[in-house]
Write a protein that binds this ligand. Structure first.
Ligand code: SF4
Ligand code: SF4
Length: 407
């Protein structure tokens, strides 16, 4: 079984083959051109969202200027640890991913699904007429594009498309950034999702700081990206500058703080559902659900109905839920996952194993957020390693895996 999400990249929107991308210009523009990029996006009617510093973390928020980016900051991450430090330069993108993901804008934490107002003895439904703004996401990393592709698969490409997600997704421009450093909990290289952006973007940027020079190598991925790039004063990227940019990304690939041996992980986990490691992790896990909230692919929700105190107005809201709560699996008089062991095992086996069965892709893109933001530092890569080193049952290749090996 191929346990990366490479296969899924072709499903992203906007879609463009590698051959098409070769037809697009590779440009170089000076660091100051980033401000022109922000202004161009705003002029085209986009609300620009990008990384900013808030409460000692890098989070995604609306920005008005390139100066709103975390200029000169970097992040230090490890299991249960996150802190910002000053860099020795003025890099705009010298950090990796923080606690926020783009999920909050495409699959919002709370969404009103419908409302109704009393009319006599009945309730009259009222339409949802809120305007969804056009948004440009600036600074989307390779693992995050992969996560958006996973959510596209789950929320758009099944039997029914989710209208809340679809309305937002259709209005998004994606300005990606190749990672030139890896974080202490990153493992996108293991999952085949990064650090190089390969598709699904309108523009991909690589930031270069060398010999006192500061510039971006830019690649358009769509006609929209090409149109935006034209507005930024640039020149065609020569081979030396392209090679320098590629070298920085390749270097990041070798600096991942974590690794996960993804090959065969589906069958390994499914063959070891009774492994004693699940008890060990359950002793540490607080079932707080942080890992699901920060994860860019987790999509589970619950629905709540409410009325106002006068009984005149009723509303139905959808909000994020987590498989770590007892209520999540409450069925007919009780929860079917009453223990922390059962809930952690459900989360991890869904991410790395049964997600493949459901959606044909991994549910994990290797962003490392669940490791950094777990208050007790539980590390999904360590948990896989522990089971792999002491399997109770050796995984026999599943039918699906055999078929893939011998099509
Ligand atoms: S693994 Fe960590 S973040 Fe996830 S529920 Fe357990 S304690 Fe919370
Ligand atoms: S499971 Fe953890 S590493 Fe994988 S995508 Fe979710 S938050 Fe990132």
């Amino acid at each position: 079984m191929k346990d990366s999400i490479d296969d899924n990249h072709s499903r992203r929107r906007p879609k463009m083959s590698e051959a098409d991308q070769k037809g697009h210009t590779q440009a170089v523009f000076e660091a100051g051109g980033l401000q022109t990029l922000v202004e161009t996006l705003a002029r085209k009617g986009y609300q620009v969202i990008g990384p900013t510093v808030r409460d000692k973390a890098i989070v995604y928020a609306e920005m008005e200027s390139a100066k709103d980016l975390p200029v000169g900051w970097t992040d230090v991450q490890d299991g249960g640890t996150y802190r910002l430090e000053k860099r020795k330069d003025d890099a705009y993108f010298g950090y990796v991913v923080g606690p926020h993901s783009w999920k909050q804008f495409l699959h919002p934490p709370k969404a009103r699904l419908c409302q109704a107002k009393r009319k006599g003895d009945c309730f009259e439904p009222r339409g949802e007429d809120r305007e969804i703004p056009k948004r440009a996401f600036l600074g989307v990393r390779a693992c995050e594009l992969a996560a958006i592709a996973v959510q596209d698969r789950v929320l758009l490409q099944g039997t029914y498309a989710d209208p809340v997600y679809q309305a937002r997704r259709e209005k998004v421009a994606l300005i990606a950034v190749n990672c030139t450093r890896a974080g202490g909990t990153c493992f996108c290289a293991s999952m085949g999702t990064g650090p190089r952006v390969t598709s699904g973007y309108d523009i991909a940027l690589t930031e270069v700081l060398e010999d006192g020079k500061h510039y971006f190598v830019a690649q358009a991925g769509t006609a929209l990206g090409e149109e935006i790039l034209k507005e930024i004063p640039h020149r065609e990227a020569g081979e030396k500058k392209r090679k320098t940019a590629e070298g920085l990304v390749a270097q990041a690939s070798g600096e991942m703080g974590c690794t996960l041996e993804a090959a065969g992980v589906h069958d390994l986990l499914m063959a070891n559902l009774e492994h004693k490691r699940w008890d060990e992790v359950a002793r540490r896990c607080l079932t707080c659900g942080n890992c699901t909230l920060v994860c860019p692919t987790c999509f589970c929700t619950t629905v709540e109905d409410s009325t106002d105190l006068t009984g005149e107005q009723a509303e139905r809201w959808r909000r994020w839920d987590s498989c770590f709560t007892l209520d999540f699996s409450y069925i007919h008089g009780g929860s079917v996952r009453p223990s922390g062991r059962a809930r952690y095992r459900q989360w991890m086996t869904h991410k790395l194993a049964t997600w493949h069965d459901q959606f044909g892709t991994s549910g994990c893109v290797g962003c490392g957020r669940c490791i950094t933001w777990c208050p007790v530092g539980i590390d999904i890569t360590e948990e896989v390693r522990a089971i792999r080193e002491t399997p109770v049952f050796q995984a026999a290749p599943s039918g699906k895996e055999r078929n893939r090996a011998n099509p």
